[in-house]
Design a protein around this ligand. Structure first.
Ligand code: SF4
Length: 413
């Protein structure tokens, strides 16, 4: 009898790590990652992109931390991000230390760029002390020159050796909270490197074809590499690297996992803010109530539940619909625009009613039907909260001062 489906290989067993509240490896669902393209110092713009990425399917988001201003941006982003943040570190050890100070849930180190053993061990020690995992992100394009010479190029063996050497440094300080990537822009090289990595390490593997280029070719290259490995049971977290809006990367990652039956298809997509010093409600309780009420209707919408009216509608402006709390009221917004203000105890019901109307009438019609005066009332609530809570509800300034102190010290060293 002909086979009607291709069987996926049993997933290779890896140890499990946690990036914030997201498990990677072991029996955890395979996760989707993406990376912001905004300047990390522009924390409001970066947060909006993080929300858009989370809405498109990203479970974890990486932001570059290439300068002091970026580290300071992270201090403001991390408490408000709906998903764990990984700081991308290239050449500067002090950036890794500053990102840890900012509270990131993960680091990515490129062994080809950060090369001094004492610096690598210093970062690993501090990550260990803070319980933060590190991705060893080997990249064929920036392989350590010694390895390039020794192996005669960026071969799969050279990429895996680079990861092995980095792990050896980590082990010297008893740090094991690691995942690994061995990316290349050549799909055959990348596939061979990950196969070898999977035989060599039991750490979780982060899959990706680096610098895959713009879609559709970039999508095809990414899919060829990532899907081949996933079908062999290799890989714990994935990222498409596209020359495109990163929302496309997150969407592609999610769709690939759904197509392979590795993640469930989403109908309703509910995102909730993590709740921070500005929260005016118990976000978890309200998000759960909204999830229960909306799931039963199975509406194909992206809905945001946000803890405060000061930042919530702006952060989640990409969501179709959302609710933000403030001063015992719920601010209902569509694509970031406030359309209604309701008493707090009616906000979940208002959200459900509006979701049904959006599906029936369309987003434009519902924005056009916004209550007169809703924007004005919302703005008054925002200003009142801003005045009572001050500008720095998350005490990010204290963290930033510490970052400046550390970077100053590292500069002196
Ligand atoms: S409480 Fe407000 S500022 Fe804090 S994470 Fe939620 S929406 Fe963002």
């Amino acid at each position: 009898m002909p086979k009607t489906s291709v069987e996926m290989a049993t997933r290779r067993e890896t140890r499990q790590i946690h990036v914030g509240n997201v498990a990677v490896g072991g029996d955890a669902p395979i996760t989707v990652q993406s990376m912001t393209t905004t300047k990390t110092a522009d924390y409001e713009g970066t947060l909006q992109q993080i929300y858009a990425l989370a809405g498109a399917g990203a479970d974890i988001v990486r932001c570059t931390c290439n300068e002091r201003e970026a580290a300071e941006g992270l201090a403001r982003i991390v408490p408000r991000s709906p998903v764990p943040i990984i700081a991308d570190i290239h050449f500067h050890v002090e950036m890794a230390l500053a990102a840890l100070e900012a509270g990131v849930q993960g680091l990515r180190l490129n062994p080809g760029n950060l090369r001094k053993p004492e610096e690598i061990k210093l970062v690993a020690q501090e990550a260990k002390d803070r319980g933060v995992p590190i991705r060893i992100g080997v990249n064929a394009g920036s392989l350590h020159p010694d390895l390039y010479k020794r192996f005669g190029g960026a071969t799969p063996e050279a990429l895996v050796e680079s990861a092995r050497m980095e792990i050896a440094y980590f082990e010297e300080v008893d740090f094991h909270d690691v995942k690994i990537s061995v990316k290349a822009s050549s799909v055959p090289t990348m596939i061979a490197a990950y196969r070898l990595a999977s035989e060599t390490f039991d750490h979780p593997l982060h899959l990706g074809v680096t610098e895959a280029g713009p879609p559709p070719a970039g999508l095809l290259k990414g899919t060829a590499g990532i899907a081949t490995l996933l079908a062999e049971g290799i890989g714990d977290t994935i990222r498409y690297s596209l020359t495109a809006d990163p929302v496309e990367e997150a969407r592609a990652g999610r769709q690939l996992l759904e197509a392979l039956g590795l993640r469930e298809r989403k109908g309703l997509d509910l995102i909730a803010c993590p709740s921070c010093g500005r929260a005016e409600i118990d976000v978890i309780t309200v998000a759960k109530a909204a999830q229960d009420a909306l799931s039963a209707l199975n509406l194909p919408l992206q809905v945001a539940v946000m803890g405060c009216v000061v930042n919530g509608p702006g952060e989640a402006r990409e969501a179709d619909l959302g609710i933000a709390a403030g001063r015992k009221k719920g601010h209902l917004f569509i694509k970031g625009k406030i359309v209604r203000v309701v008493p707090e105890d009616e906000m979940v019901q208002a959200l459900v009613d509006e979701a049904q109307k959006i599906v029936a009438e369309g987003i434009e019609a519902r924005i056009a039907a916004a209550d007169q005066g809703a924007e004005k009332e919302a703005e008054a609530d925002r200003q009142a909260l801003f005045a009572s809570q001050g500008e720095d509800a998350n005490h990010s300034e204290e963290v930033i001062l510490e970052i400046r102190r550390r970077i100053g010290k590292a500069d002196d060293a």
